[in-house]
Ligand binder design. Structure first.
Ligand SMILES: Nc1ncnc2c1ncn2[C@@H]1O[C@H](COP(=O)(O)OP(=O)(O)OP(=O)(O)O)[C@@H](O)[C@H]1O
Ligand SMILES: [Mg+2]
Length: 252
């Protein structure tokens, strides 16, 4: 198996209900994702985009089919380890922000660090620098309701990247933003991608696909079209892999 393959989905199916009312949110879905891809997923409401992200992000399970993450079949990973993987490797931006109402935004952003063994001070420091990245340093102690929709979405993205995850799953991160905030968010995601991280993002906005290395259109729980705009060999590499390769080449 190529070391660049991050995610393999084989015959992934998610169904709800039984018998006549059985409904397929995903149907025999096959997809291979390489490290460093920036995938945009498009498609009509209800076609299974959020369902797909939730399964990839280990928040939900498929009814049938295989999910191989980093070469490991997820079905064989204990719930405990799945939770750890989720905390260390995956950052989420949810469709509806999911901020905790009565927590200042700095504490919202530091939430993914709570189980990582960082001291409270280190957690707040990291959260603070993630907020700075999104130009929200002056609002650290505001509550979510005191921010605009665009600002709340930036907090949600700061929270998604605070633990330096390899995989970022973003469900319409610019859905509620004006074009200027949307630009800020996309430039940040671009920078995160160029650091070698893998991004899978749902969007309804075709103008944003210029940021993607691959655009997948879904229809009725399946892939309708799948277009790569960047060759695999030109995808950004994770910084750690680059260092390893450099070491190897020095030895030669
Ligand atoms: N818990 C559930 N029980 C029953 N059906 C569900 C459940 N969750 C999702 N579905 C159905 O699965 C389908 C796919 O839902 P999903 O949320 O993945 O769509 P989506 O592509 O993200 O749509 P949108 O663009 O509106 O966010 C929908 O028809 C939805 O009604
Ligand atoms: Mg959705």
């Amino acid at each position: 198996m190529s070391e660049n393959i991050l995610i393999e989905l084989k015959g992934l199916t998610k169904s709800y209900g039984y018998g006549d009312t059985k409904y397929f949110a995903l149907k025999d879905f096959d997809l291979t994702i390489k490290r460093g891809e920036f995938i945009m997923i498009m498609g009509p409401s209800g076609c299974g985009k959020t369902t797909l992200l939730n399964i990839i992000g280990l928040l939900d399970r498929a009814t049938r089919g295989e999910y191989i993450l980093n070469g490991e079949n997820v079905a064989n990973i204990s719930m405990r380890r799945q939770a750890k993987l989720r905390a260390k490797k995956i950052g989420f931006v949810f469709q509806n922000f999911n901020l905790i109402e009565d927590l200042p935004i700095i504490d919202n952003v530091s939430l993914p660090l709570v189980y990582t063994g960082y001291s409270k001070t280190a957690q707040l420091k990291n959260a603070s620098s993630a907020l700075r990245r999104f130009h929200l340093q002056e609002k650290e102690y505001y509550l979510p309701y005191q921010l605009s929709g665009g600002q709340q979405q930036r907090v949600a993205i700061a929270r998604a990247i605070v633990n330096d995850p390899e995989i970022i799953l973003a469900d319409e991160p610019t859905g509620n933003l004006d074009s200027r905030s949307s630009h800020v968010v996309m430039e940040e995601l671009k920078a995160i991608h160029e650091e070698g991280n893998t991004i899978i993002m749902v969007t309804h906005n075709p103008a944003l696909t210029v940021y993607a290395t691959r655009v997948i259109n879904m229809l009725d729980g399946q892939i309708d079209t799948d277009i790569k705009t960047v060759e695999d060999q030109n995808l950004p590499q994770p910084i750690s892999v680059k260092i390893k390769k450099r070491k190897k080449s020095r030895r030669k």
